[in-house]
Design a protein around this ligand. Structure first.
Ligand SMILES: [Ca+2]
Length: 307
């Protein structure tokens, strides 16, 4: 399917409101406790203050199944690795909790938890990385329609959710690790990187912090920027806001971390160079069918960390 023909109109507030109504409401027990946001912030602050290995096996823990089991070393937040020379660089996000959603754009706010550390791509997947897959016999040997957006360091575009699955499948075979797309909860958690503001850097879009329509960059509304052209967030992740809209594993319908190959639409996060500032906020979400491609749509990868 040609993507540009099939893509929904971007920027329609009507669609967002409809989407927002599908979000589940926050926990009822927060009501009347002096503002759910304050209570949630306190809770999140407490969780983030826990040691990085909180929740993992500790010395002295009993392990009836394996008597000499050693506690796994918890990966440090923000530590980076690459599973192969041509693989995307990954950063480790910690287990924790955060407030998911954004009432200012009609998305209910509620506590979301991440049970285990996971790794997420430092950058959006680039053309160079995609082409390595194609040249290695993965990705169906396909080269996405570059449309002049073909700098090696530019994020790959014109890739569908199905295409992204082919890429993570190749990565998984190549590295013997279970690569996948981040789910929607993980994506927003990583975009916030420990803060509860609209963007990873604060509540205002500011100037030249991202590539979107109105973000004050030289690429605004025109073209993708080479990945990593702006400052990273607190966990060392680039371009979570804007540049290309990113496929997540999650289905549009159902809980945020629910995923199935068969769902009608999948969630995209982060907005793109074409979207206005409110559509690149950390909580903004959008959905497209799995075969839609567009020159503003790309992705980044994720994988679980070994226990
Ligand atoms: Ca992005």
């Amino acid at each position: 399917m040609n993507s540009t023909e099939s893509k929904r109109a971007v920027g329609s507030p009507t669609v967002l409101v409809a989407n927002a109504s599908r979000q589940s409401a926050g926990p009822a027990w927060f009501t009347g406790l002096g503002g759910p946001r304050d209570v949630l912030k306190l809770f999140v602050a407490l969780v983030l203050a826990l040691p990085a290995n909180f929740g993992t096996a500790q010395e002295g823990d009993e392990s009836p199944q394996v008597e000499d089991a050693k506690p796994a070393a918890a990966p440090a937040t923000g530590s980076r690795f690459r599973d192969c020379a041509q693989c995307p660089e990954m950063a480790v996000a910690p287990a924790g909790a955060f407030i998911m959603g954004d009432a200012e754009i009609g998305l209910d706010e509620r506590t979301a938890t991440i049970a285990s550390p996971f790794a997420i791509g430092v950058h959006e997947v680039t053309f160079a990385q995609w082409n390595a897959c194609a040249e290695d016999g993965g990705c169906g040997g396909d080269r996405p329609n570059e449309q002049g957006f073909d700098g090696d360091a530019q994020p790959v575009v014109n890739v569908s959710w199905d295409d992204a699955q082919a890429y993570v499948g190749w990565l998984s075979r190549k590295t013997s690790q279970a690569y996948r797309l981040p789910n929607e909860t993980e994506w927003e958690y990583a975009a916030r990187a420990g803060v509860q503001t609209a963007y990873g850097w604060g509540d205002e879009a500011g100037s030249n912090r991202a590539n979107c329509d109105g973000c004050g960059s030289q690429w605004d509304g025109k073209i993708t920027a080479p990945v990593g052209s702006f400052a990273a967030n607190a966990w060392g992740l680039y371009d979570m806001h804007g540049n290309v809209h990113e496929w997540t594993q999650s289905c549009w319908e159902g809980p945020p971390n629910f995923s199935t190959e068969g769902c009608k639409d999948h969630v995209l996060r982060g907005g793109s160079y074409l979207e206005p500032t409110w559509m690149v906020r950390a909580a903004f979400r959008y959905g497209y069918a799995a075969d839609v491609r567009g020159n503003f749509i790309g992705f980044r990868v994720a994988r679980d960390m070994a226990p």
